[in-house]
Design a protein around this ligand. Structure first.
Ligand code: PHE
Length: 341
């Protein structure tokens, strides 16, 4: 009869030369050697027949045999597992698939720039509804019914309710702020506005505005000018000249329009400034006492300034976009030009 030692040596050879050709082979190996009725168990059972003085040596032999069978199994098992997993066949050194970079819309970029400049001056952002009632869009802004100033803006009316309009300016948000907030207020109101204009390179039925409002005690026209000077320097750079021209808005008195020196030709004359050297960028003025009164504010105690600019206009000046329609045509060739700005 073979001794235990000889038996083990025979199995060890079998184990060392074992090379499975698949998962089923490996499982057969496991059952044969490591299973509940496997060879390792069986040989351990032989221990009881080993004479006492040889037990220690036999025990070491058996343990080494068990470890060999187990480690051989584990070795093939981990190989088998990685073959099962698909990613192991992928070449991890391949460069990744490039993801095309998205582009922020130039109007949004400009809007955020405008807002961030005024935020530095302590203005906070306010928004409001695009479908507005007559009071917030017109009447409270010193434009009662039949006021001729309403004709300055061709208005879209909501058919089912003649009291509702698509807001023609974000001054409606300023009205809502005066209605609900404690003084002093200092807000910048970005948003989309609508006017019934025939769409062309120079006009559109919707566009975007950023309007500002500051109401407190002792606010003067000098404060308005200083605020706008700061804005122009931050937006268009040091050395940009500014001029104010008297104008008319029903909700401000006095009112002005503000021009900057042409950023394209530096004042020499070009298409952007229509050879005048100046481009108009916003309307502004001191809040009309009637408007303050409409919100229960005493114009003897409080005063304020307001201004409003078109985001498309500022974007046109910054990037020389000469056709308003480009902003809403979703042409990726146009949008991609603004990648990374
Ligand atoms: N609301 C005016 C417009 O849409 C702009 C403006 C705002 C003018 C505030 C003066 C003061 O044209």
């Amino acid at each position: 009869m073979l001794t235990l030692k000889e038996q083990i040596a025979g199995y060890e050879q079998e184990i060392n030369t074992f090379s499975p050709s698949g998962a089923a082979d490996l499982e057969a190996f496991r059952i044969k050697f490591l299973g509940a009725k496997g060879i390792v168990k069986m040989i351990f059972g032989e221990m009881k027949n080993v004479p006492v003085d040889q037990k220690k040596e036999a025990g070491q032999l058996l343990n080494a045999f068990k470890v060999l069978a187990e480690s051989r199994f584990e070795q093939f098992k981990s190989l088998e597992d990685s073959v099962d997993k698909k990613e192991s066949r992928e070449d991890l050194s391949l460069p990744g698939t490039p993801l095309p970079m998205g582009t922020r819309h130039p109007l949004r970029v400009t809007e955020q720039k405008i807002v961030s400049i005024f935020e530095k001056l302590g203005f906070s952002v306010a928004t409001g509804p695009e479908i507005e009632d007559d009071w917030h869009n017109f009447t409270s802004l010193n434009m009662p019914e039949n006021h001729t100033a309403r004709d300055m803006q061709d208005t879209f009316y909501v058919q089912t309710n003649p009291d509702w309009v698509l807001r023609t300016h974000t001054s409606s948000v300023q009205a809502r702020i005066l209605e609900t907030q404690q003084l002093p207020v200092r807000v910048i109101c970005p948003g989309r506005v609508y006017r019934n204009e025939t769409i062309s390179a120079r006009a559109h039925c919707f566009f975007h505005q950023c309007e500002g409002l500051y109401v407190d005690k002792n606010v003067s026209f000098a404060d308005l000018k200083q605020t706008l000077y700061y804005f122009v320097t931050e937006m268009f750079g040091e050395g940009t000249k500014v001029r104010f021209r008297p104008s008319y808005f029903p909700f401000t008195e006095p009112s002005a329009e503000m021009d900057i020196s042409c950023t394209v030709c530096g004042g020499k004359g070009c298409n952007l400034c229509k050879h005048t050297g100046w481009v108009e960028i916003l309307g502004c003025g001191m809040v009309h006492p009637n408007m303050l009164r409409n919100f229960g504010i005493d114009p003897e105690v409080y005063s304020g300034f307001a201004f409003g600019m078109g985001v498309e206009r500022i974007t046109q000046i910054r990037y020389q976009v000469n056709d308003l329609r480009l902003y809403s045509q979703n042409d990726v060739r146009f949008l991609r030009q603004f990648q990374g700005i």
